[in-house]
Design a protein around this ligand. Structure first.
Ligand code: GTP
Ligand code: MG
Length: 318
């Protein structure tokens, strides 16, 4: 256990300590919990921008370009690349060095993570890593998440500004967007605009947005090319505008409030199922038997099991 010493070094912004701390939360367990406990209350100067989208659309290239634009302004930048597809963070770590070389040269902190082992899975670990980067005092944190699954939606929903990256001619992309990513987008990007079809993709996205109920914030659709640099300034500007929007009228505080509630609920759910697996296996087996033998459906079985857990809890407290 080096929780307290490490926490101090993280708060002092020492990058090696930050990297080590992220490794600790990737592993999860008591050491991670002790570290996070001693970092509590560091909240929260960082503005967190999430870039998400299907594999290969150019998230890393755009993250680097946006990061470089911010470095040009002289502000500190940390990048967290969250990769659910690669099971070993060791491999991902190696990838850091080649992933965003220019950004590294310009003094940004770049780190990737990939784990499912910790309580609450990848999105919980990513949330913890973001807390560490917050505590370390980075004013801007860019989070790249690969893919379009629930993990990505969960990770994306722990940031302040969600950028959904698409490319021309990827019909599947829009399908995937419908599966949940669309609702969480604050900014849409059509990347690889140096290739044909970008205009049609912009029009398709604009069309989809028109079908959405009009909200207070209308997500802009921005054409970019990480290759030529087209649209990067506009993306930087859009992120700034979204920040101004959220910072007004307590919207950011409300969003953070929802995010913290979500994180707590996910952890409670993880703790509850862990507990059932560990200590109430017989009850679980009985519930499974009830369903497979047709005496109960899964909903009824879950409610009954949950109710008896509450009974056990009450009996223990009494
Ligand atoms: N023509 C063109 N190619 C691009 C552009 N942006 C990225 N690429 C290329 O697209 C490929 C994938 O780019 P990445 O930035 O690695 O994409 P990604 O979305 O991070 O990929 P994963 O992390 O693997 O999902 C690379 O070969 C890039 O050079 C662009 O604007 N135009
Ligand atoms: Mg990438």
């Amino acid at each position: 256990m080096h929780g307290v010493g490490l926490a101090g070094q993280v708060r002092a912004g020492q990058e090696r300590a930050v990297a080590r701390a992220i490794t600790v939360v990737e592993r999860g367990g008591l050491e991670a919990e002790a570290l996070l406990a001693s970092l509590r209350g560091s909240d929260s100067a960082a503005w967190r921008v999430g870039l998400t989208g299907a594999p290969g659309v150019g998230k890393s290239s755009l993250t680097q370009a946006l990061g470089l634009a911010l470095r040009e302004e002289g502000v500190g930048v940390a990048v967290l690349a969250v990769d659910p597809s690669s099971p070993f963070s060791g491999g991902a770590l190696l990838g850091d060095r080649v992933r965003m070389p220019e950004l590294l040269r310009r003094g940004a902190f770049v780190r990737s993570m990939a784990t499912r082992g910790a309580l609450g899975g990848l999105s919980a670990a990513a949330g913890d890593a973001l807390d560490i980067l917050d505590a370390a005092g980075f004013p801007w944190v860019l989070v790249e998440t690969v893919g379009v699954g629930q993990d990505e939606v969960d990770v994306a929903s722990t940031v302040d500004t969600v950028v959904v990256v698409t490319v021309a001619g990827l019909g599947d992309d829009i399908q995937a967007a419908k599966a949940g990513i669309l609702e969480i987008a604050d900014i849409f990007v059509v990347n690889k605009a140096d290739r044909p079809g970008a205009e049609a993709q912009v029009a398709a996205l604009e069309g989809m947005l028109e079908l959405q109920p009009a909200g207070e914030w209308r997500p802009p659709v921005i054409r970019t090319s990480a290759r030529t640099g087209e649209g990067i300034a506009e993306l930087r500007q859009a992120v700034g505008l979204h920040r101004v929007f959220l910072e007004a009228d307590g919207r950011r505080a409300a969003r953070r409030h929802r995010q913290v509630a979500e994180r707590i609920l996910r952890l409670v759910a993880a703790l509850a199922s862990e507990r059932v697996r560990r200590d109430f296996q017989a009850m679980l087996e009985a519930a499974v038997a009830a369903v497979t033998q047709g005496r109960q459906d899964v909903h009824g079985a879950a409610r009954r099991l949950f109710a008896s857990l509450q009974g056990v809890g009450a009996a223990r407290e009494a």
